[in-house]
Design a protein around this ligand. Structure first.
Ligand SMILES: [Zn+2]
Ligand SMILES: [Zn+2]
Ligand SMILES: [Zn+2]
Length: 375
């Protein structure tokens, strides 16, 4: 079969979905100096021979000369006289941003949670990218990998994304970030993971313009536990869990400050600790202060720790009692709910929105000013 002679080299992608297209589609064709090369907007044309990207042309209409094909003509060799046809392939690269490519973990990634040991998690998301260095991209992805279709390229990129995502998870796990933090901070996790993936994409001439996590899925039992914790938190029952998280995150941040700002910043930015911490820290600090606070013993009046159940001075129980307004049982003076009947012992006070005087919560009309309290 005779080789095709290419007088005009061009490629038009009517779908807008083709990342790279090779001309000719298979085998090779001959062209000669003086031929026309038409490169459309959002395209780059890379001359390609024996698996190597050589000269690159941007948008425009180009007449091929030895001057604008220096690498290719040099590659062909000194015997090339400029008049004979030469064998080449041209790879048209689409430089627009490709949006909504999907990524996901085909196999669960083990996450080392400090409480739960290993949790197998899966993650799914989307990303946008564009080819910023055509020659590098063609050399690394098209040339050595033989990947041409968007699907093939996405398969290749998915492997990179998952590898870097797993690295990122390993890194945050080693800093004491829990599965609970991950599951409640997709956006921050995505920012952290994006910076890792971006580094790798650059090696292939790509820019990662967007990186999203749509879901992190956990084994059912773990998800259930997280939901329970979330509801405890929503009810205001902030236990040691969150405070411990905040404290260890702070410790790590402090540790990292010395060694390379990048790591510390990555953690802070990556998990939104900067955003989450102020509240948690003040809570943790309040907790500390309370334990140092004292109260007077109701019997001997000595200053004793606020949390002491018995006075270290006179030995008497420090808790004073009161009668439950519902069942009249003697209950601890500071109990909000009666341990006997379970009812609220001190009706909650709110301020009337009209006269601002303290009134009982839940009443329909203010006993002070008589106005209606809207819910
Ligand atoms: Zn006492
Ligand atoms: Zn009661
Ligand atoms: Zn009022």
């Amino acid at each position: 079969m005779a080789l095709k002679l290419m007088d005009i080299i061009e490629y038009h992608d009517s779908t807008g979905e083709i990342m790279v297209h090779r001309v000719p589609e298979s085998g090779s064709a001959e062209t000669k100096l003086g031929s026309q090369l038409i490169v459309r907007e959002d395209q780059k044309a890379v001359f390609f021979r024996d698996g190597q990207a050589l000269d690159v042309f941007g948008p425009g209409k180009h007449t091929l000369t030895a001057a604008n094909l220096p690498v290719l003509t040099n590659f062909i060799g000194k015997l090339f006289d400029g008049r004979s046809p030469f064998r080449t392939e041209v790879v048209f690269v689409n430089t627009k941003t490709f949006t909504n490519s999907k990524w996901g973990t085909p196999e669960p990634i083990p996450f080392r949670d400090k409480e739960l040991k290993f949790v197998r998690i899966r993650a799914f998301g989307a990303y946008s990218m564009r080819i910023i260095e055509s020659q590098l991209f063609v050399n690394k992805v098209v040339g050595s990998q033989g990947r041409y279709s968007r699907e093939q390229i996405e398969d290749f990129l998915r492997n990179i994304i998952i590898a870097r995502f797993a690295d990122f998870l390993g890194e945050v796990a080693s800093k004491g970030v829990s599965i609970f933090d991950l599951a409640s901070n997709y956006d921050e996790v995505a920012i952290g993971a994006k910076s890792r993936v971006q580094g790798d994409f650059e090696k292939y001439g790509l820019e990662l313009t967007d990186f999203l996590i749509n879901a992190i899925s956990l084994p059912e039992a773990v998800q259930k536990m997280i939901d329970e914790r979330a509801s405890v938190e929503a009810m205001g029952g902030l236990g040691g869990f969150t405070q411990y998280q905040a404290a260890s995150a702070m410790r790590d941040a402090a540790k990292n400050e010395g060694g390379g700002a990048g790591t510390g910043m990555g953690m802070g930015a990556g998990l939104g600790m900067g955003m989450m911490m102020p509240g948690m820290i003040s809570q943790a600090m309040q907790g500390n202060m309370q334990s140092q606070q004292t109260k007077p013993c109701p019997h001997c009046n000595a200053a004793i720790p606020a949390t002491a159940a018995f006075c270290p001075n006179c030995g008497k129980p420090t808790q004073t009692t009161k009668a439950c307004p519902h069942c009249s049982n003697q209950i601890p003076a500071d109990a909000k709910f009666c341990p006997n009947c379970g009812k609220e012992t001190t009706p909650q006070k709110v301020n009337c929105p009209h006269c601002k005087k303290p009134i009982q919560a839940g009443v329909k009309f203010c006993p002070e000013c008589g106005k209606q309290i809207s819910e």
